[in-house]
Design a protein around this ligand. Structure first.
Ligand code: AP5
Length: 222
């Protein structure tokens, strides 16, 4: 069975495993994965003025200004596939003003997942992360190594994945995390993200299964 219009947000520090969990969640639940960071990287790749501006902030580990990010995410949420299948919003909102804007547009999630990971683990995950430009899959040299030599040879690294830059990204995260959480306190699910990815997913999967069952009950479709 497919969940009806589940609306989920996932948050957590840089490299806490948001993208990794989104891959597992979408595989099982068929939600549309919308990642603010991916939308921004696509904008950079397109060579647009907005992309050029965004990159300046991303290189400093700072939040990209709202006038670039807010409409980009809103437009993606309003696409027919997100409306029909439900959405999984990753890395947004990241500030109180972004959360407020979403609320004003009428987007309210069913669940706000917070991945909690210790800081020394985050740095190790950032430095070892690699991406497959062909499939978009996320790897880690130690924890999730590529399956074949061919994949290993084409892996790339993100421009902001250095120890120095992750420290700046972490600072930005700490400045905003409490304010964002305060908007979703009543629907927040705190997940222990220090454990292997399958064990992190098991915690999320439990909550999503319950949510899905509750939705079926209230919509009378059982
Ligand atoms: P963004 O792309 O969102 O980056 P981020 O928040 O720093 O998060 P990451 O993508 O680095 O990590 P992740 O949590 O997805 O971890 P992953 O699964 O890859 O944002 C980048 C920049 O864009 C920001 O700095 C900002 O400038 C800008 N931006 C984005 N959103 C914005 C917004 N809303 N407003 C304004 N600006 C915005 O995992 C990391 C590594 O760990 C991988 O190698 C993975 O294989 C490994 N791993 C994952 N889980 C586990 C596990 N359980 N055990 C062992 N290894 C694991």
């Amino acid at each position: 069975a497919k969940p009806e219009h589940l609306k989920i947000m996932i948050s957590g520090a840089p490299a806490s495993g948001k993208g990794t969990q989104c891959e597992l969640i979408t595989k099982k639940y068929g939600l549309v994965h919308i990642a603010a960071g991916d939308l921004l990287r696509a904008e950079i790749a397109s060579g647009s003025e907005n992309g050029k501006r965004a990159k300046e902030y991303m290189e400093k580990g700072q939040l990209v200004p709202n006038e670039i990010v807010v409409m980009m995410v809103k437009d993606r949420l309003l696409q027919p596939d997100s409306q029909e299948n439900g959405w999984l919003l990753d890395g947004y909102p990241r500030s109180l003003s972004q959360a407020t804007a979403l609320k004003e547009f009428g987007f309210r999630p069913d669940l706000f997942i917070v991945l909690e990971v210790n800081e020394e683990i985050l740095v190790e995950r950032v430095v070892g992360r690699r991406l497959d430009p062909v499939t978009g899959k996320i790897y880690h040299l130690k924890y999730s190594p590529p399956e074949t030599e061919e994949i290993a040879a084409r892996l790339t690294q993100r421009f902001d994945d250095t120890e120095e830059k992750v420290k700046l990204r972490l600072q930005t995260h700490h400045q905003n995390v409490e304010a964002v959480l305060s908007m979703y306190e009543d629907i927040a699910l705190k997940v222990n993200g220090n454990v292997p990815k399958e064990d992190v997913f098991a915690q999320i999967d439990d909550a999503l299964t319950k949510l899905f069952e509750d939705q079926k009950l209230t919509s009378g479709s059982l």
